[in-house]
Ligand binder design. Structure first.
Ligand code: CTP
Ligand code: MG
Length: 371
């Protein structure tokens, strides 16, 4: 059973009001179209990708996706775009999806395909939360209610021969979506459970980084002893001082606290688990390299660092002037904007082991965003 995907990307994104097609806009560090495609790529169940785009976007979209997708020119309406893309389909089942719906899930994709195999069609839909009405001008002219009233989404999956035939029957008429084209031809159409998160990015506010995102918080703490004849490394930067931190690795206490914060936010084990101090490989290790591994571990679990904060507790040296350099270095390694990295330093007013300059502690918090 060969499965093809048509991704409708040939719109202009007029309502979003950007200076380019909304699908090419980056939000939360990722292009909308990359995010949408990545869900299908990761699912591993699509055999053929056909992407319909406008003339204006053709060169850019080809340069980005031509290795994975067949790129075709869309039309003035979505119906026309899908009609053009259908000509290229060679699969038995075809999924049709809006490029503007990056929050589709693998489960929805699978359910649509299963439905199309069993019933000929599978249309993602969710029950309407609100009462739906029909409006003409300023007046409500009919109550559709909410019982049995659904909001239709994509993907929509079909038996390819049947949807091809349905489009032939439809002629030049414009339809709301592919499901309606199918319904028009066969009089039956099967729904599949969608998700309220599977929104179509339509207005500028849908692109706000705080919208539609799932955030996770992590916390980390570390402490190392200050001794003579060791370098003092904080956030990968060597700080001039007459003492340094003792440890199996380079004892970069700041980086370690950040690593534990990221790991905890991602629901993973702590740094001692991944980088045990009994392992000779980590002797004198550059902690920044270990941080890079932690970022990869978090990424494998589907997380990206959104922001970091840390407080360094040290009686000496004065860290104020080094903090911008440390932040800049961490910003590069973490691929997080500098304004999303907040590092502060404090003495402990001479109290305790930190006050006696016997050690330095760091406490860190991180916000991770689900990618
Ligand atoms: N689409 C398409 N061809 C068109 C119009 C739309 O392939 N002629 C695609 C869009 O790129 C989008 C999807 O259909 O992925 C859903 O359409 P919509 O959200 O309306 O996107 P736009 O048409 O781009 O936005 P607007 O209506 O605000 O201009
Ligand atoms: Mg449109």
């Amino acid at each position: 059973m060969k499965v093809s995907l048509i991704l409708a990307c040939a719109g202009k994104g007029t309502r979003a009001g950007f200076d380019k097609n909304k699908l090419l806009v980056t939000t939360n560090g990722e292009r909308v179209l990359d995010k949408t495609l990545s869900v299908f790529f990761k699912s591993g169940i699509i055999d053929e990708y056909i992407l319909a785009c406008s003339k204006e976007d053709y060169d850019l979209i080809s340069s980005l996706y031509k290795n994975e997708c067949k790129i075709v020119l869309g039309g003035l309406t979505r119906t026309e775009s899908v009609t053009n893309a259908l000509k290229e389909v060679t699969g038995d089942i075809v999924l049709i999806h809006d490029g503007a719906r990056p929050f589709v899930t693998e489960q929805i994709i699978k359910d649509c395909i299963d439905s199309a195999i069993k019933f000929g069609s599978g249309i993602t839909a969710v029950p309407s939360r609100d009462t739906m009405v029909k409006v003409s001008g300023e007046n409500i002219v009919d109550y559709l209610g909410k019982d049995g009233v659904y909001n239709v989404q994509t993907p929509q999956a079909f038996n390819f021969q049947k949807i091809k035939n349905a489009y032939a029957i439809a002629g030049d008429k414009t339809f709301n979506d592919d499901g309606e084209v199918y319904l028009n031809a066969y009089g039956d159409l099967r729904i599949v459970k969608g998700s309220v998160n599977n929104i179509k990015m339509t207005y500028a506010e849908d692109f706000s980084p705080t919208n539609n995102s799932e955030y996770h918080f992590g916390t980390g703490f570390d402490c190392h002893k200050l001794v003579e004849n060791r370098k003092l490394i904080l956030g990968g930067i060597e700080i001039p001082h007459d003492k340094g931190l003792l440890g199996h690795s380079d004892a970069d206490v700041l980086t370690h606290a950040i690593m534990d914060a990221i790991l905890s936010g991602a629901g993973l084990r702590d740094i001692g688990y991944y980088f045990p101090d009994t392992d000779e490989n980590f002797k004198d290790a550059d902690s920044i390299k270990l941080l890079e591994k932690v970022i990869d571990l978090a990424k494998e679990k589907g997380y990206k660092v959104q922001s970091i904060s840390a407080v360094i507790m040290a009686q000496k040296p004065k860290l104020l002037k080094h903090i911008p350099t440390i932040s800049e270095n961490l910003s590069k390694v973490l691929n997080v904007e500098k304004e999303n990295i907040g590092i502060s330093a404090t003495t402990l007013e001479g109290l305790g082991f930190v006050g006696r300059e016997e050690g330095i502690c760091v406490s860190s918090n991180v916000v991770l965003v689900k990618i």
